[in-house]
Design a binder for this molecule. Structure first.
Ligand SMILES: Cc1cc2nc3c(=O)[nH]c(=O)nc-3n(C[C@H](O)[C@H](O)[C@H](O)COP(=O)(O)O)c2cc1C
Length: 397
């Protein structure tokens, strides 16, 4: 995974800087090419000479007076990934605010590659609202934050704020580099449950939380896709996810049909009502008027609409079943899907609102593959990898 990859190791001024030397060694052992940048403060904790001896290249600690006139942009372009380890409170504050007065923050600001951040500081600094705000901002900007953990800190203190071990940082770097299988693809994802108005305040809905669709959207975006997420629920913040908020099946159909035309992949994970009130009341229904007669009519079939498109995307549907997933196998064929993800929502840990899911992947040919109980995030990642593989094998470009 790391062999031949370009890693910029950015070191800022915390006691954990000495571990950056070990991290550099681990990265080199894994086959990566490593170039280090070091803040001035960091050199109170780790000598530039030590880093040079390990990486074989003098680290850069000044923006100016370098052989390269613009070291931050050169390094940012060279990097497949940047890792800031340790990341001090001060360096994270600069990164969160787009400041760029030193080599580390300028290189990060100039980068378009994934950035992994390993915070390290005393507990009070970590827990300070300013630091927590900055971490949230960095997360929202798509940075991968790894740690901190709890344990021994400098000066004999113990608590939260200790940098995670270099091995864990290497794992996070591999993860951030991992899957770029959808780079350049346009992917449409639907999430959440639709709401069909009975009157202006009441609706027919379902129990979908949108967690599975959100996980798929994040995994696709992490894999390099430009994602359009059509959703009825709160959407994740990710620089590569564009959100279209909808409520009813009709609104969802309109948004999906508009964006799926010409897309590479559509993963329709939303739980869409099959029927809606034919004539929703204009005014609020009153108890005194007695139970209303609610006549239902079918909603648009979103999957069928996408499947019938001339330039249709690789189409993946979801089916929530109760009991066996046999009906899902029939649905995969009937709806003209490329892949169907079936789950038995009655099983413990599977289905609506849970953090985990146990799914079966169904092909139109009737092949099934049952996955073990996994976190929804992991189901999302595996599914995206599977879709990328199958679409490539199918020879679609
Ligand atoms: C002995 C000592 C240890 C420090 N350890 C940390 C630390 O672990 N984390 C941190 O955020 N700041 C730490 N600081 C404060 C930073 O060094 C200081 O905020 C510095 O300006 C950070 O600059 P930089 O982010 O440009 O490297 C420490 C300071 C001293 C004197």
């Amino acid at each position: 995974m790391l062999a031949g990859r370009h890693v910029v190791l950015a070191v800022s001024g915390g006691v954990a800087a000495f571990k950056a030397a070990y991290l550099a060694r681990r990265l080199l052992e894994a086959g990566a090419e490593v170039r280090a940048v070091m803040t001035h403060s960091s050199q109170n904790f780790l000598g530039a000479q030590s880093m040079a001896a390990i990486t074989g290249i003098e680290p850069i600690s000044d923006l100016f007076h370098q052989a390269d006139v613009s070291p931050h942009t050169s390094l940012a372009r060279w990097a497949d990934v940047i890792v800031v380890a340790p990341a001090t409170a001060a360096t994270m504050a600069r990164m969160a605010n787009g400041l760029s007065e030193d080599i580390v923050s300028a290189t990060v600001l100039a980068a378009t590659c994934p950035v992994v951040v390993a915070p390290a500081m005393h507990t009070e600094m970590w827990e300070h609202p300013a630091t927590q705000r900055n971490v949230e901002t960095l997360r929202a900007d798509g940075y991968v934050i790894v740690g901190p953990t709890s344990g021994a800190l400098a000066g004999g203190d113990v608590g939260e704020g200790r940098m995670v071990e270099p091995e864990d940082i290497v794992t996070a770097i591999s993860g951030a580099l991992g899957d770029r299988s959808m780079a350049g693809w346009r992917v449409v994802v639907s999430a959440g449950g639709t709401r069909e108005a009975i009157d202006p305040v009441r609706y027919i809905g379902n129990r979908s939380s949108g967690k599975m669709g959100n996980a798929v959207a994040i995994a696709a975006a992490d894999a390099g896709a430009a994602v359009t997420l059509v959703t009825t629920v709160a959407a994740p913040k990710h620089p590569s996810i564009e959100v279209i908020e909808v409520e009813s099946a009709q609104e969802m159909a309109d948004a999906v049909w508009k964006t799926a035309a010409g897309a590479d992949v559509a993963v329709l994970a939303a739980a869409v009502a099959d029927f809606r009130p034919a004539d929703p009341a204009v005014g609020k229904l009153r108890r005194a008027e007695g139970p209303p007669q609610v006549n239902l009519e079918p909603t648009p079939d979103i999957l069928a609409g996408v499947s019938a498109m001339e330039d249709r995307p690789y189409l993946v549907g979801f089916a929530a079943e109760v009991g066996s997933v046999d009906a899902a196998v029939a649905k995969a064929t009937r709806k003209g899907l490329d892949l169907l993800v079936a789950n038995d929502v009655a099983r413990p840990g599977s289905g609506f609102g849970t953090e985990t899911n146990e799914v079966t992947i169904v092909t139109p040919g009737g092949d099934t593959e049952a996955w073990e109980l996994l976190s929804k995030a992991e189901v999302g990642r595996r599914l995206i990898a599977e879709i990328a593989k199958r679409r490539n094998e199918a020879g679609r470009t």
